[in-house]
Design a binder for this molecule. Sequence first.
Ligand code: KIV
Ligand code: ZN
Length: 512
Amino acid sequence: MSDKLIIFDTTLRDGEQSPGASMTKDEKLRIARQLERLKVDVIEAGFAASSNGDFEAIRGIANEIKDSTICSLSRANDRDIARAAEALKGANSARIHTFIATSKLHMEMKLRMTPDQVFEQAKQAVRFAKNLVSDVEFSPEDGYRSDPDFLCRVIEAVINEGATTINVPDTVGYAVPELYGNFIRTLRERIPNSDKAVWSVHCHNDLGMAVANSLAGVKIGGARQVECTINGLGERAGNCSLEEVVMAIKTRRDYFGLDLGIDTKHILAASRMVSQTTGFVVQPNKAVVGANAFAHASGIHQDGVLKARDTYEIMRAEDVGWTANKIVLGKLSGRNAFKQRLVELGVQLDSEADANAAFAKFKELADRKSDIFDEDILALVSDESVVHHDENYSFVSLSQHSETGERPHSTVVFTVGGVEVTGSSDGNGPVDASMKAIESHVKSGAEMVLYSVNAISGNTESQGEVTVRLQNSGRVVNGVGADPDIVVASAKAYLSALNKLYSKVDRVAAQG
Ligand code: KIV
Ligand code: ZN
């Protein structure tokens, strides 16, 4: 048995299925570059047959990312599988991941198929995929709640058809560690050809046990691939978090005895990039990547860490990419210093025009804020006006008046399809007035289901990063905006959400 643990990242597929987290092709490419820097073994880039946008994103990633295996999900039918193979054509190393539900509940209620029909379709799908690529992964969806006898029959058959990885999803996050670990071990012991495939775990976090279950699947069950996402992003309570599972395996190498290919120094940048792109803020007490993960506030702890750091620290902050909040650039920094910092942060802009737009934004920011931190630069390059020139709505300027005892009033100037328009409104506060000012012109009728503000570098001088989640006709989108003025950041976030709301995405749900 190999003692290398394969890290399969599904941020761009299962993570993206989280309501509001859908990403554009450019956003996916940027995250894929960061995952490659992190040395993730397999990147599940999307679900090619779900939409043209996802197909193009997978194709773009397969053409550019060369150090990781690129994977597309596909349902167990020829059309989906052919679409996945087509999108993956440019990859150095391509994988098709095909799945079909095997639990009684899913087969009867969702698929309306008999077990024999599912068995035949699973075999047929793997056979078809195997003619197109050599690396084929098969997942029995809702595997953990499936009848073990039926599961053994299906898995044995798909391995005979050439499946090289068998992934056992706990689709609804129902498992507990010991039982899930034993479940995987039993399957491996009972299936005669189980040694012909790599076994993989895929756990959802509905009961907060996705990481623990995945680790049990590895330790007890003998799995050698973990499917996970940055920040644990994913539907409902999310997926197994990459940073937690990786740091557990690394920090407790004495117990797990496994090697990883991951370059952990890039974890924090990946976490920030995913959070800024999707608008899913990382909670401060989140393990490894939360703002408090390495902060020692209590006097006793501080004293201990100063005397000997391992009194309270089991990992080194710098090993996952934390550095002291340092001033990296300022008003006098030139174009080259700015570009150099982008390279060091792993940010690659698509063209010289993008680099110039980003530099102009940087200069504007440096005029208003004397110290520029890495976090500011990352927020700046995620700004819609730098990376998306073709967006319909774009912020221009804002003026607002608020005074104790008076109802605040705001006027927002923005462009719609390149044409400047102005909206004005009053509201309960300056932010509310600004949102209503935009809405007075756009009339989207969308419902705001989330509004949050986060100080990027932790104090009142910092930029505010605002997330706005809008819901309209069953679609949920997140918009993100950053600015030292949180009212402006809010207006930018609202426009960014409107852009997403009106972008044409007709998606087929993976679990649908
Ligand atoms: O959770 C799940 O079952 C999945 C499969 C499609 C692998 O994401
Ligand atoms: Zn899943």
